[in-house]
Design a protein around this ligand. Structure first.
Ligand code: UD1
Ligand code: UDP
Length: 366
């Protein structure tokens, strides 16, 4: 029987770094699993990449594919070409991919075609909205994965519906929450509130980056109009994602934001500052996947400016409410969540130990 497993871990974009941090920490504790960390370079600016490696104690990647930005086909193909060379050079038993970004599907496909096992962490999530590039990535990655680690029960149902063999599927909880629990206390030392002159519970945090919101001019305008109203009542902090910066500039909307007196626009924050900001905020408005989950654990109300979510447990058990992009709907949900507290429970297995369960299952498979 084989006693050692070598895994190539793939991370390419901001949420991947946050997920892989906990998995690598758990794997490091066991001598039977060897690792090679590959950064695809999908995200590359310091505040979208290096900062997370530093703050979350992620080892320097063994390989950086440096693919950078491009169209979906260009970026996915470029990752595949470069990643194939890495897999061919470094003998390995499995490739682990996390989440639903282009790096995830590209590297999974390379491994599957080379006959190497694919491990997918955060499998089974579905928005059932194929206009989301991530939905395509999720369906394809799950279809070719050999081991699928699921964060919430809906994932089990979705994989069953897709005809995935149940023996490959393991409900382990949420590695993004492992990272949150690990760094939660450290984040309380972040000086970000003082630096930005903010008082706890007296500001709202907003993040936006989904193409359906930021690359569609009308949707972007509707969201900005809602924010313009909200900032009349409470300060808003808006760390702007690079995709959104690009769009605000090209659509001539940056000036409009800067004119709002109670709107503080910033560059993306590091993990610890952002965790502190979310924790102390009155409310979060977002279209991020990960932030819907984090606010559920932090007990902070979350208005998601989308019509659907692939993370339904954040609604049924957490603080999340879908509000779409209609200005009146956003404003009434904002007012309602200031006055009411949604009853919540911690989703099953979101206990900070998902990575340990993953490692145990991998060890048992040796
Ligand atoms: C990607 C993921 C998305 C994930 C998000 C997390 C895909 C299809 N999308 O979206 O699922 O939620 O990351 O943040 O994989 N840019 C920079 N610096 C960077 C990276 C990007 O300036 O470090 C700019 C470039 O102009 C680029 C644009 O942002 O064209 C979009 O980047 P890209 O990685 O294509 O998609 P994201 O919107 O970041
Ligand atoms: N995040 C961060 N700084 C920011 C905004 C977000 O550290 O300025 C973190 C956030 O706490 C979460 C992750 O980035 O852990 C979410 O990533 P993103 O929204 O880019 O991607 P998604 O989860 O939607 O795929």
């Amino acid at each position: 029987m084989k006693k050692f497993m070598k895994i190539i871990y793939v991370a390419g974009a901001r949420p991947n770094f946050i997920k892989i941090a906990s998995i690598l920490r758990a794997c490091k504790k066991v001598p039977d699993i060897g690792s090679l960390l590959v950064h695809t370079g999908q995200h590359y600016t310091k505040n979208m990449s290096k900062t997370f490696f530093e703050e979350l104690d992620i080892p320097t990647p063994d390989v950086n594919l440096e693919v950078g930005s491009g169209s979906h086909a260009h970026q996915t193909a470029e990752i595949m070409k470069r990643f194939e060379l890495v897999v061919l050079k470094h003998d390995c038993d499995a490739v682990m991919v996390v989440g639903d970004v282009n790096s995830t599907v590209a590297c999974a496909l390379v491994a599957a075609k080379l006959g190497i096992k694919v491990i997918h962490v955060e499998a089974g999530l579905r928005s059932y909205d194929r206009t989301m590039p991530e939905e395509i990535n999720r369906i394809l990655t799950d279809a070719i994965s050999d081991v699928l680690f699921v964060t919430e029960p809906s994932g089990l149902d979705n994989l069953k519906r897709q005809g995935i063999d149940g023996t490959k599927v393991h409900f382990v909880g949420n590695v993004m929450i492992d990272t949150l629990e690990h760094y939660r206390e450290k984040a309380t030392n972040s000086p970000i509130l003082d630096e930005l002159n903010l008082r706890a519970k007296q500001y709202v945090v907003i993040t936006l980056h989904r193409p359906n919101n930021v690359d569609q001019h009308e949707a972007l305008i509707r969201i900005l109009d809602a924010l313009a109203e909200i900032q009349k009542e409470i300060k808003i902090v808006f760390p702007i994602h690079p995709r959104t910066v690009k769009r605000l500039v090209s659509d001539g909307l940056m000036g409009r934001l800067k004119y709002l007196p109670n709107m503080l626009t910033t560059k993306p924050f590091g993990y610890l500052d952002f965790l502190r900001l979310m924790s102390e905020s009155r409310l979060v408005i977002t279209d991020s996947g990960g932030i819907q989950e984090e606010t559920t654990i932090l007990g902070v109300p979350c208005l998601t400016v989308r019509e659907n979510t692939e993370r339904p447990i954040t609604i049924t058990e957490g603080t999340n409410i879908l509000v779409g992009t209609d200005i009146n709907r956003i404003l009434s949900a904002y007012r309602e969540s200031l006055n009411t507290t949604k009853p919540t429970t911690r989703p099953q297995l979101w206990d900070g130990k998902a990575s340990e369960r993953i490692v145990q299952i991998l060890l048992n498979s040796l």
